[in-house]
Design a protein around this ligand. Structure first.
Ligand SMILES: [Zn+2]
Length: 427
């Protein structure tokens, strides 16, 4: 058995390991939202697509002018580009140069710091993950890994990663004063480490034993997200129980998003929870319809405000777009089924019913607009007040007042008793 060291896929292919690894490849591997092939990215619909492209184009032009730019910004920007299917080979050189400025090499160990201007003394695993992912997204990872000769860079990164494995804790970096190290536990760092190994061409499923001790603790706290993601990466997902997934779903808030501490759902928490829920949907199905209003409303808020063209909102927008792509197929299949069934039986769709039964509290206009685009019929949202005003326009003033009175009562009380004679009508 391979226990101590990571195994490069190419070593396997060259037959250097005799273990029958082929069976491993029969299971569905981890679906990384970063490493997903462009053609496997699910398309999605959003009525404000042009505004979304405008927002992206602004950063496509101005990203490197941002004074406080760091690797995490570049990472989410490139992901936004990928999910909008706008990846191109142009301008990649400048971003690549920016990433290289974050590189730190010491005694055959190679890692990255957060930004070229960062004063950190030691490179860290999170930044290294962002840097290598960015290179991958730019299509420049392979040339980078070969830049010092066959496997040298990969081995230097592997040496760097190994230093952070302290047996009972997996460190973010080696600086004893580091705030991130003090505030976080190992789970997220392990998840990033697994992604790095994957980027280096190492099959992490053959290295279960190295990480298992960090992931066996089933304590229920927000860290569980990165634990279960890592377990899936290591092909140990059969150890995850349904109640762990249920634990995560209980943090969904009124606005459809998720948060562990706040009353309202937060974009970052929602991103990681829904990503994990989607990865584990084979174990427990999740409800995309109640999540959609959160995504749709937050995207609209960001696109509507000119002042929101900043790095923080750009990263949020990127997360929301990725989420939309992840849930879209599931969401639209379910909502289409409900709407078409309604149309078949009643010839109309009761939006109030859909909104209240499915918690589709926001974004119904986008759903209608999507359906109108892709079906031969045309749905129209009726504004009751407008329709009513149209109907009574040509009536006598007395009749108008009479009907308006009833209309207001119905609106207020839901149902009203009709007056028996016209005498009851106040003119
Ligand atoms: Zn640290």
């Amino acid at each position: 058995m391979i226990k101590e060291s990571f195994v490069f896929k190419e070593d396997l292919i060259e037959g250097k390991s005799e273990y029958p690894y082929l069976t491993f490849f029969k299971k569905e591997p981890f679906r990384s939202f970063v490493l997903i092939r462009d053609r496997d990215i699910s398309s999605f619909y959003i009525s404000k697509y042009n505004e979304l492209v405008d927002f992206f184009s602004y950063f496509n032009k101005n990203l490197l002018k941002e004074k406080s730019l760091n690797l995490e910004n570049v990472y989410w920007f490139l992901l936004l580009k990928k999910y909008l299917k706008m990846s191109s080979k142009e301008d990649n050189k400048e971003l690549y140069d920016f990433i290289i400025k974050c590189e730190m090499v010491k005694e055959n160990k190679l890692g990255f710091k957060f930004s070229p201007f960062s004063t950190q003394r030691e490179p860290d695993i999170w930044s290294t993950y962002f840097a290598l992912s960015c290179m991958k997204l730019l299509g420049l990872l392979d040339p980078y890994l070969l830049s010092k000769g066959h496997n040298i860079v990969r081995r230097e990164i592997k040496n760097f990663l190994a230093l952070h494995n302290k047996g009972n804790v997996y460190l973010h970096c080696l600086d004893k004063q580091c705030e991130i190290c003090q505030k976080t536990t190992s789970a997220r760092t392990i998840y990033f480490t697994l992604e790095i190994l994957h980027l280096l061409g190492i099959d992490t499923r053959l290295s279960k034993d190295i990480f298992r001790p960090y992931l066996s603790d089933k304590k229920r706290d927000p860290e569980i997200i990165f634990k279960i993601l890592s377990l899936k990466y290591l092909d140990l997902d059969v150890n995850v129980r349904e109640r762990t997934i249920q634990y995560l779903t209980q943090f969904q808030k009124e606005n459809g998003g998720f948060s562990f501490k706040k009353i309202e759902g937060r974009i970052n928490t929602t991103f990681w929870v829904v990503y994990a829920l989607d990865i584990y949907s084979w174990l427990l199905d999740y409800d995309p319809i109640s999540i959609y209003p959160f995504i749709n409303s937050k995207i609209n808020v960001i696109l509507n405000k000119e002042t929101y063209r900043n790095l923080l909102r750009m990263m949020e927008l990127s997360k929301l777009v990725i989420l939309l792509s992840i849930i879209w197929r599931r969401f639209i299949d379910q909502i289409e089924r409900v709407i078409l069934k309604n149309l078949e039986s009643d010839k109309f769709v009761d939006l109030n019913y859909i909104v209240s039964s499915f918690r589709l509290t926001y974004g119904i206009e986008d759903v209608i607009s999507y359906i109108n685009k892709f079906y031969t019929f045309n749905l129209r949202i009726l504004d009751h007040h407008l329709e009513f005003t149209n109907h009574i326009r040509d009536l006598s003033p007395g009749m108008k007042a009479f009907l308006s009175d009833i209309y207001e009562k119905i609106k207020k009380e839901g149902i009203t008793k009709l007056p028996s004679t016209k005498k009851d009508v106040k003119a």
